[in-house]
Design a protein around this ligand. Sequence first.
Ligand code: ZN
Length: 289
Amino acid sequence: MVNGIKRQLPGTLQKLVDEIEQAAGVEIEVRHDPAQEPTAYARALYGDHGQEGATHDSLRLTLSFKGNIAATSSVYRQPFAVVAHELLHLHRSEVLRAPGIHSITGLPPSSSPIRGDAVARLFTTTGFDELVEHSAIDPSLPDYGFEFPNTGSILETWDAFPKQPWENWGRMRWIVLQEFLRVQFLTKNAHLQRHAEGVMLRFGMLTEGRWLVEQFRWLLASPDQYTAKFGMCFCLCTIFRVPPSEFMFLERRPGYLGIQSFPPVFTVPKAGGGQITFHLEPPKSGCSR
Ligand SMILES: [Zn+2]
């Protein structure tokens, strides 16, 4: 990252930039683009492609931002929190080597953000991947000196869930479960958490929601975020009834870029000792406990 930009960042983020660049072996290219939406956006590019077109390893890391690098957004209200969020995406992929999801059969890829329709974006490969990645990124912001992202929007969402049965089963589950992860990981407000549990109960999803939170909690604490990402995606397969065979992941390691399916068996180490092995076959086995 060019020094003029890097020097403006808080110390914790300068250190993060160094870590990312050292692991990736390339510098983060900063682009100032007044037309950029949202406020800032980080990407790992392979050749001229994003993850979707990945065929060979010629990695470039880009961080585009609209105006001032310290700019805030409606969710990230502290200066530099937006950029911290974006850098943490690169930290997950380059330092922790969390595999990106390359494709899910039946879902559109969404190679660029779909503007103005957050629900439509959820139903894309990118949206699915972001659900997992944001579960890891947003709760880690306090480690870099930032508060949790604005939780006011969380209460608004829980109050907005309609009382009538929803037209689309998958869409309902997707949105409600994503919000449940957010309320569990991003707020310590007991009243808000109880309120959310009441809505989950009304939707008949409280047991599943609690199970998913419990799984995400230990997987996100694992010292190995490479296998933990497979574990998180496998839990989502169970919750959303998506066969794991529909998933393809990006395989990234220094000097190599390819595409791979779920490993049939993989083991995730637990923080503080022990490990859990996941078996994809038979499909009904679910996450082993
Ligand atoms: Zn993000």
